[in-house]
Ligand binder design. Structure first.
Ligand SMILES: [Zn+2]
Length: 383
């Protein structure tokens, strides 16, 4: 636990770097840590997570510039999360069928902690800049897709329980994921070829033009419903191919039998496609809400950053968790929104932090939530 605390603090230190540099468009590797005021490199003994801030009293040793205590707090918070999730998963048995830590359980823990770190990073950036950089979300998505192909081999024999802890597809879900994934690819190709237009393309072009000329961006009326139609068109191939692949690959014929045997025998396929399905449902639920909400209110509802974030959550946890988290998040956000309306008289709040908080809550309370849902929808899993 001491080791995990120190590891968490060091990871938190790295997250500080990401939160500070990524929105500014700087490299997260070079140059090494330096004072943002006098540019002097920070020596290793002044770069010790949590402690350094206190013995330097929050100042640069070279020029005395003040560092925010936020850096130390993020390090401490990350360290506590590392220890608490470990305790919850491996001592309290919050997640089943979790293998022992020393028996590959650590690999599942590592994936879940990577996701939590991404959620924390997204929260800190979103709260300050009102954006969630795609590179942050995609880090988790790639980790999720990669680990999901390996995870099935860490678990015991009972494959029907796998979905409770890792993304895992049955033949039908796998077919939908494959079709949907190819559909997503076709959508991207259609965009590249210019056969469909990117939403808000005109606004972005104007923004760029104004930036180059150095003039202020003029008021521009965006036909929000047309933009949403473009996004819906981008998603259409995914839905069509997803349904088509279910029809073709899961029929009562030799093709269906072949697909069935592939998914049951090749565990890595079931894991990988389960992760891909989670990616698409996690993102799809938010995206569908964005399109329907924007069309209904004539105003952009939810950002594409939120779509990518929940897609990433789905690729690590499977399709159930982001779906539940999405419906839980408003309750977390509501209290804050009311407070914000009273104090700052602001109607909008960034949504990423609430999605992140809800996701972590669902990760920890997954068992009781599933027991509760099972009463209503038996069983909450696509065969
Ligand atoms: Zn300095």
């Amino acid at each position: 636990m001491v080791f995990l605390f120190c590891l968490g603090a060091s990871v938190g230190s790295f997250l500080n770097v990401v939160v500070y540099r990524v929105p500014a468009g700087l490299s997260i590797v070079r140059p090494g840590s330096h004072c943002f005021s006098c540019q002097a490199p920070i020596r290793w003994y002044d770069n010790i997570p949590i402690l350094a801030w206190f013995y330097l009293r929050g100042r640069c040793r070279n020029c005395g510039a003040k560092f925010s205590i936020r850096y130390a707090l993020v390090e401490l918070f990350t360290a506590i999360l590392f220890v608490m999730v470990y305790k919850g998963y491996f001592y309290l048995g919050l997640r089943e069928p979790m293998p022992a830590f020393t028996h590959w359980g650590w690999l599942i823990y590592a994936g879940h902690m990577a996701l939590i770190c991404v959620l924390l990073t997204a929260t800190l950036i979103d709260a300050e800049h009102w954006i969630i950089p795609l590179s942050v979300s995609y880090t988790a998505a790639i980790i999720g897709l990669g680990l999901s192909a390996v995870w099935p081999y860490c678990l015991g024999e009972h494959t029907q329980n796998y979905w409770r802890i890792i993304p895992y597809a049955g033949p039908k879900m796998a077919a939908a994921a494959l079709g949907g994934g190819l559909g997503l690819l076709s959508g991207l190709i259609l965009l590249k070829l210019g056969l469909i237009k990117r939403s808000f393309a005109e606004v972005e072009a104007l923004e760029k033009e104004c930036e180059q000329k150095g003039v202020e961006m003029p008021e521009m009326k965006v036909p929000i419903r047309r933009e949403m139609l473009r996004e819906a068109m981008f998603l259409t191939p995914s839905v069509v191919l997803g349904v088509l692949f279910i029809k073709i690959l899961t029929g009562e014929n030799s093709v269906g039998q072949w697909w069935n045997s592939v998914i049951i025998q090749q565990k890595w396929c079931a894991g990988l496609l389960g992760s891909l399905f989670g990616f698409m449902i996690g993102g799809g639920v938010v995206w569908a809400t964005r399109i329907l909400g924007s069309v209904a209110f004539g105003k952009e509802a939810m950002g594409l950053g939120d779509v990518h974030l929940m897609a990433a959550v789905g690729s690590v946890l499977g399709w159930v968790s982001p779906t539940v988290a999405f419906f839980v998040a408003p309750f977390f956000g509501l209290g804050w929104a009311l407070l914000s309306l009273v104090i700052h008289r602001r109607r909008e709040i960034p949504y990423g932090p609430w999605l992140s908080l809800a996701t972590v809550a669902v990760m920890i309370l997954f068992e009781p939530i599933m027991d509760y849902l099972e009463v209503f929808f038996i069983p909450p899993v696509i065969p």
